[in-house]
Design a protein around this ligand. Structure first.
Ligand SMILES: [Zn+2]
Length: 339
């Protein structure tokens, strides 16, 4: 017993105990860290898995009880889902974040994001409801008003779109082009007016806003009305010129129209004509018929390129004539391009 007591008092024994305690603490710390990270990963996986199916109201309540993820983190998660096009999940998370908001600023942010994501996902009515709720709290929210204007335009609710534009004008937002554009769409859908009346009004609107020129051209073409192509800038209807009857283009004084005719028929091409049209004109003269022309449309604002024409950019929603580019295509590949 004495020997044991003496050994316990031995300084070497004390050092051994000291290192043993350090080792045990380090091991426990490591084990706790592994356990916690596993638990966190499991919780996060469970949380995300719950959104793989659209959760209903009860599911959200359960999530609120089970997880304590902040609204900021939910916002980031929803944003990344939105970026990758997983709108359903992003909507679910924004709805959840709205229940966790701490102040009016956060509520404003999440309502706008939710309105935007509903719009992107194609739920236009739901988007309208969310934006109206936001505007009830913040009537001067310009971005919400702009989005609401686009939605009403897409839903063909032109009178409402014009009302929203009035509100934007009161907030010093320039919407002159948008107003004329919506008025032109309103005229086209007005059953009480004859084609001739519509045509005359569209000519007047084109003088106000050149963007309407293409609507006027399309209308005249569809209704087979006599139309002077020099009323509008040929660049905005380059693709439509290609499909038009030559006879209706012959009187034009615009070089681009002459270049299109030359490319189609092999005639003399004006100087500074687009390269593709020049090549086609030369090939036509050589009786080479395998080359045809295609078109693509680039937004002058966000530079996004699309295979079909748009008035309002499908990506950034800017209302502006897109830049129309010509593409030379070998005839056997024609089926890859749909216009
Ligand atoms: Zn754009």
């Amino acid at each position: 017993m004495d020997t044991l007591f003496l050994e316990y008092r031995d300084p070497v024994f004390g050092i051994i105990i000291f290192f043993a305690v350090i080792f045990i603490i380090a091991f426990l710390n490591y084990w706790w860290g592994v356990f916690k990270s596993k638990e966190e990963r499991y919780n996060a996986e469970r949380f995300i898995k719950r959104f793989e199916v659209m959760a209903d109201a009860d599911e959200y309540k359960k999530l609120l009880d089970e997880f304590s993820i902040s609204s900021e983190s939910l916002g980031l998660l929803a944003h990344s889902y939105s970026k990758s096009g997983e709108y359903e999940k992003a909507i679910g998370i924004y709805l959840l974040a709205l229940k966790r908001v701490k102040n009016k600023e956060e509520k404003q942010y999440f309502l706008y994001q939710l309105g935007k994501i509903y719009f992107k996902a194609g739920f236009l009515r739901r988007s309208t409801d969310v934006l109206l709720e936001l505007l009830r709290m913040y009537p001067r929210h310009k971005e919400a008003l702009k989005l609401l204007m686009v939605i009403h335009e897409q839903l063909k609710e032109y009178a409402r779109a014009l009302e929203v534009m009035d509100s934007l004008e009161e907030l010093d937002v320039e919407v002159k082009s948008e107003k004329t554009f919506v008025k032109a769409l309103q005229i086209l859908n007005d059953g009480s007016k004859t084609n001739q009346q519509k045509y005359e009004i569209l000519i007047e609107l084109t003088k106000e806003e050149p963007l309407i020129g293409r609507i006027l051209f399309e209308f005249a073409k569809r209704e087979n009305l006599d139309f002077d192509v020099d009323l509008i800038d040929a660049h905005s209807v380059l693709d439509l010129l290609w499909e038009s009857e030559d006879l209706k283009l012959k009187s034009s004084s615009q070089d681009l129209v002459k270049a299109v005719l030359a490319a189609k028929n092999g005639g003399e091409i004006p100087q500074n004509a687009p390269f593709e049209l020049e090549v086609l004109s030369v090939l036509k003269r050589q009786n080479y018929t395998k080359a045809i022309v295609g078109f693509e449309y680039t937004c002058t604002c966000c530079k996004g390129t699309f295979p079909v024409h748009f008035y309002r950019c499908p990506s950034c929603y800017t209302l502006k004539d897109p830049h129309i580019s010509l593409l030379l295509i070998k005839k056997e590949h024609e089926e890859y391009y749909t216009f």
